[in-house]
Design a protein around this ligand. Sequence first.
Ligand SMILES: Nc1ncnc2c1ncn2[C@@H]1O[C@H](COP(=O)(O)OP(=O)(O)O)[C@@H](O)[C@H]1O
Ligand SMILES: [Mg+2]
Length: 255
Amino acid sequence: MPERDRGLSVASLSVRFGGIAALEGVDLVVDPGEIVGLVGPNGAGKTTLINCAGGQLVQSSGSVSLGGESLDGLPPFRRARRGVARTFQRIAVFPELTVREHLFIAARARRRSGARWSELVDRGRPDTDESDEIAATLELVGLADRADAAVATLPLGACRLVELGRALIGRPTVVLADEPSSGLDARERATLATVLRTLPAQGIGVLLVEHDLPLVSLVCDRVVVLHLGRVIAEGPFQAVMADPAVRRAYLGQVA
Ligand SMILES: Nc1ncnc2c1ncn2[C@@H]1O[C@H](COP(=O)(O)OP(=O)(O)O)[C@@H](O)[C@H]1O
Ligand SMILES: [Mg+2]
């Protein structure tokens, strides 16, 4: 695949926090329409990698690009406009706003150049394009019947889908999802898996950070394992999980 057609590319990424190397020379690619699982024990550097890709954190060295163009130095909202969206490990929603309002704000923020908060919320109603996009996204994440419910009234699983829906507004090239199944019950996980599996057909790539390995095995095309800031294995789920280095890394966490 030529570089310009590729999705997210992380090259030789290193991050140091004082004396700790949270990431060390990490390479990773997520192509459009591909779901890549990023797994590894606690403290492996998964959130740090997502933060560097999303622009919430500046790496110590290495680079992040999308479609062959560097994202380095761009703030999160500019990366979002280029096609990199994300969700957060700790849910970040506004309790009083409805599902539809969350998507409206996201749609407007993605399109308007003056991204001041007042311009986003002070105004009015979605235009036709925004309404269409909101309706399509509500369908996509299965929240059409709860569109006008305040998020505070929804169970956690639905809140996570609101976050995912917000990330999907504008049809990003890649979504960075940081533990989207955390706190969900079995039914909510199944819904999440169903939604994730619809994304590749729309050309959306996903970098899925997840502790729930059955979910990873169900939805991911490929898995990358991080341990102590380095990639220790990558490939199809079964092969990677059978790798002795991966088994040792996970055992180390339990011991
Ligand atoms: N802001 C920070 N300051 C100092 N150390 C940090 C910071 N964020 C993460 N770390 C450290 O970097 C390492 C990787 O953390 P993180 O990316 O959160 O791991 P994961 O998401 O895989 O559990 C850990 O050792 C963690 O303690
Ligand atoms: Mg994390």
